[in-house]
Write a protein that binds this ligand. Structure first.
Ligand code: WTA
Length: 650
């Protein structure tokens, strides 16, 4: 518990002065409340948020049953909710398919000729697919995968850039009932191999490469290296994306376009049980082994559709742009499945936000008349650093709502986003959620009065609380563990092949509630203020990485005896990595060795792990059982009170 307070104190201590003042102002007086404009209120689907929240709290099953009626079901459920704690089940007895709802029903209905996906890459190449065109491509892929003997329950790994083919691969898997396992393309060969091996994936989708800051990233080469460390993959399907020279292994590798050539444009959709797994998505936890989070066909689509429609108030022909990557849950739920379930247009941008110039994002918003922009605090802070003139050149009249996700948004970044992108007019939906929750959990709706830096209140149907380690609610304004008291349809069902870890991680830490791993406090108006993680999970530029994974990357180097890794505050990335390394006898610390170690971690995890500093030391703070006390390292590093050190061996 004490740790929670420390985290909060660090957060405030390391903010720039101006920001601290704003935060204090917001916290103490709640002076800055942004009321929704008449324009926002008039169009809002949910006008009286409190009333809807109260009704949903009283009867959450009725609320979710109503939400489920926005989707198509081959067979209706016998029971909305049940299962054996904590292996909960939703829409029991129902038959459905996530891809049917995201694609088939639109392609076969009135959205047939509406644009489903717009894509643009860093070089400016643009593509568009209507729902019907996407449907035909997906059907060809379904037939080709079936011919390659992919069937219900099989795992298919996907290691691709943010391009339409990744959506096709995901949808084709879902349509067959095979589980996709998307691995972020910023992960290394070793990290990809780990995930392929854990899932025992049969097929791998990848691409020749991708553009990043004008340079080609050789995805196929990385995939080939990963495949040397795996045995289960029998087929590799390669999208020709940036015309790189790659070698295809005969009998195993095939170009995407050749794979689907000659296949029928019609395909049957598998009727899946609502509780059948739709996908596995690996995420970081407290050990070096990532967790394969399982989401299912039935409940996941209900949670994602209801949140995207209500939080972003999407209607008709709108264009939605989520700047995340499909390799993370944000991309699964709000680039691919959410917008398609809602039958609107989703935008995929494959590139960095400041190429060729720092207004690329705002240019894209204007070029495609984006209506809702959903991005991360790290991107907002990076863009703010370039100066106001870049967004100020762009009027962006099509925008009507903004969103934020992935890490706490500091009030200063919130205000900049509101002023320069929202032109002082647009509300910001600061959505708190996790890979495990599948959907937004604590978030405003457009009609919610906003406080910069607060994710406001739980989504209707969700009961969140801030408690101590015994599960007792802490008083208003006091920090504690963020927990969820009830269940929701898009919740994690289990960890792939590791149900015990599922029970232990989420349901045993604090009795009777879902443990989020975050610290937060509630203010006097019941608004939640999320402060960050309590566990050993880092958020580097919004990307989730485990300290233990990074440490095992260091220890893989022959010179390293032991290593402790912490996150240190960074003004743009939120957090970056600092490592404390004990060298083996016979090795000397030097700048060259530091670089080697950084390269070694890059090899084991990928460029996603940003290391700011490596310090050589001859001692690490440890418990009696030999566990490195990262919080002591962190307190020492930041010059703060170390807190309870009774477990420390001096
Ligand atoms: C953090 C990303 C504050 C939080 C969707 C959570 C946030 C972790 C917010 C999950 C937010 C996400 N405000 N913190 N709006 N959104 N987080 O699984 O620490 O990659 O536990 O899911 O991100 O990260 P994940």
């Amino acid at each position: 518990m004490r740790y929670a307070f420390h985290v909060m104190r660090y957060a405030i201590k390391f903010m720039p002065k101006k920001q601290t003042r704003e935060l204090t102002d917001v916290l103490t007086t709640s002076a800055r409340i942004y009321q929704p404009s008449k324009e926002v209120l008039d169009r809002a689907t949910v006008k009286d948020v409190e009333k809807v929240r109260k009704a949903a709290e009283k009867d959450p099953l009725k609320f979710w049953e109503e939400a489920a009626n926005d989707l198509s079901w081959f067979t209706k459920w016998k029971k909305v909710f049940g299962g054996r704690k904590p292996f909960y089940q939703w829409f029991i007895g129902a038959k459905t398919n996530l891809a049917y709802n995201a694609l088939d029903r639109h392609a076969e209905g009135e959205n047939r000729d509406k644009t489903a996906i717009i894509s643009e890459d860093e070089t400016g190449r643009t593509r568009r697919y209507t729902y019907f065109e996407l449907y035909k491509e997906v059907n060809k892929l379904v037939n080709a995968l079936k011919a390659a003997k992919v069937k219900k329950g099989d795992r298919v790994a996907i290691y691709m850039p943010n391009i339409p083919e990744i959506a096709m691969a995901m949808l084709a898997c879902a349509k067959i009932g095979a589980m996709h396992s998307v691995v972020y393309a910023g992960y290394s060969a070793a990290a990809l191999a780990d995930r392929i091996n854990d899932a025992k994936a049969k097929v791998l989708f990848t691409a020749d490469g991708s553009w990043r800051r004008g340079k080609a990233v050789d995805l196929k080469t990385i995939a080939d290296e990963a495949l040397k460390l795996t045995k289960t993959v029998k087929k590799v399907i390669v999208t020709k994306n940036n015309n790189q020279n790659v070698s295809l292994t005969a009998g195993r590798d095939v170009w995407f376009h050749d794979f689907i050539k000659g296949q029928s444009e019609k395909a049957k959709c598998a009727q899946m049980d609502a509780e059948d797994p739709a996908f596995v998505l690996y995420t970081s936890g407290t050990t070096s082994k990532p967790k394969g989070v399982i989401h299912v066909h039935g409940g996941y689509q209900v949670g994602v559709l209801r949140t995207i429609k209500w939080v972003f108030d999407l209607k008709g022909d709108e264009i939605f742009w989520c700047t995340a990557d499909p390799g993370w849950i944000t991309g699964h739920s709000y680039i691919i499945y959410g917008p398609l379930l809602a039958g609107i247009t989703t935008l995929q941008y494959e590139g960095v936000p400041d190429m060729p110039e720092p207004d690329r994002i705002w240019q894209i918003v204007e070029k495609y008349n984006v209506n809702v922009l959903y991005t991360a605090p790290t991107l907002i802070r990076a863009m703010a650093k370039y100066g106001d003139e870049w967004p100020d050149k762009h009027a962006m009249p099509s925008l009507r709502l903004l969103g934020s996700v992935g890490e706490p948004i500091n009030p200063e970044a919130w205000l900049w986003y509101h002023k320069h992108i929202g032109k002082g007019r647009l509300p910001i939906m600061d959505t708190w959620w996790q890979t495990e929750t599948g959907m937004h959990m604590i978030t405003p709706l457009p009609a919610t009065p906003l406080k910069p830096g607060s994710a406001t209140k739980p989504f209707p149907g969700i009961i969140a609380d801030v408690v101590d380690k015994n599960g007792k609610r802490v008083p208003t304004g006091k920090g504690g563990f963020l927990v969820i008291r009830n269940q929701w349809p898009s919740m994690i069902r289990t960890i792939f092949n590791n149900p015990d870890r599922y029970v232990k991680t989420y349901w045993k830490e604090i009795k009777g509630v879902y443990f989020t791993g975050d610290v937060a406090f509630k203010d006097k108006d019941g608004y939640f203020w999320i402060q960050g993680r309590t566990d050993d999970v880092l958020k580097i530029a919004g990307h989730r990485i485990g300290t233990a994974e990074v440490e095992s990357g260091f220890v893989a180097h022959k010179a390293v005896a032991e290593c402790g890794v912490i996150g240190v505050p960074d003004p743009v990335k939120g957090e970056v990595i600092k490592a404390f390394v004990i060298l083996k006898q016979g090795f000397e610390g030097s700048d060259v060795l530091k670089q080697e170690l950084v390269a070694c971690v890059r090899k084991s995890i990928g460029p996603v792990a940003v290391i700011k500093d490596v310090a050589f030391t001859d001692k690490l703070p440890k418990t009696r059982s030999g566990k490195i006390m990262r919080r002591v390292l962190k307190a020492q590093e930041l010059g703060l009170d170390v807190g309870d050190t009774s477990a420390l061996v001096s």
